[in-house]
Design a protein around this ligand. Sequence first.
Ligand SMILES: [Zn+2]
Length: 211
Amino acid sequence: MDVEIVTLPCGPLETNAYLLVADGRALLIDAPPDSLLPVLDELDRRRARLERIVITHTHWDHIVDAAKLRRETGAPIIAHPEAVPRLEQPRSLLTPLPFEIEPAPPDELVRDGDTIDFPPLRFRVIHTPGHTPEQISLYEPERRWLFGGDTLFPGGYGRVDLPGSSMEDTLRTLRRLLELPDDAVVFPGHGPTTTIGRERGWIEQLVGQRR
Ligand SMILES: [Zn+2]
């Protein structure tokens, strides 16, 4: 069965919302500012029903439209347990924002090793802390797709100079991602895709691990 990946860069930081569509059903990964209308539009166009909203991590640029999307579609919000406080009381960690972020407490919690079924896909949840403590990535082993939030970008990793971020955790997380195959495609929270193979060199150097 074909699965369509619709990438919607939204909001001031062009955060990627990923809408996966298969057989009239859809799953959304992250809910950036101004993603509500584009997501509803894409769903409409495909006559698809949104089944789930997965939040990779709770930085405002990934969650601002989560509550609105849930209200409009009835889809539950799914996140890691450590995301709960920030989804209940969202705020910007640095400069104050010129708008309020609506709380979006999750309906379901997922932990490392859990699966999220979206037939024909079956995602494995990988807890990938570092950029934030609660960050999760979704990995689909058959297709070799990794939706990693701000875990890994072409040539770099999510910033670790924010409150709650940790370089030590980032190194552990990156070491874990080295276990994925070279042709695994990485869909990051911002910008274009890459593959584990393309990033393996600098990651191995960074974590000081050679094969
Ligand atoms: Zn982030």
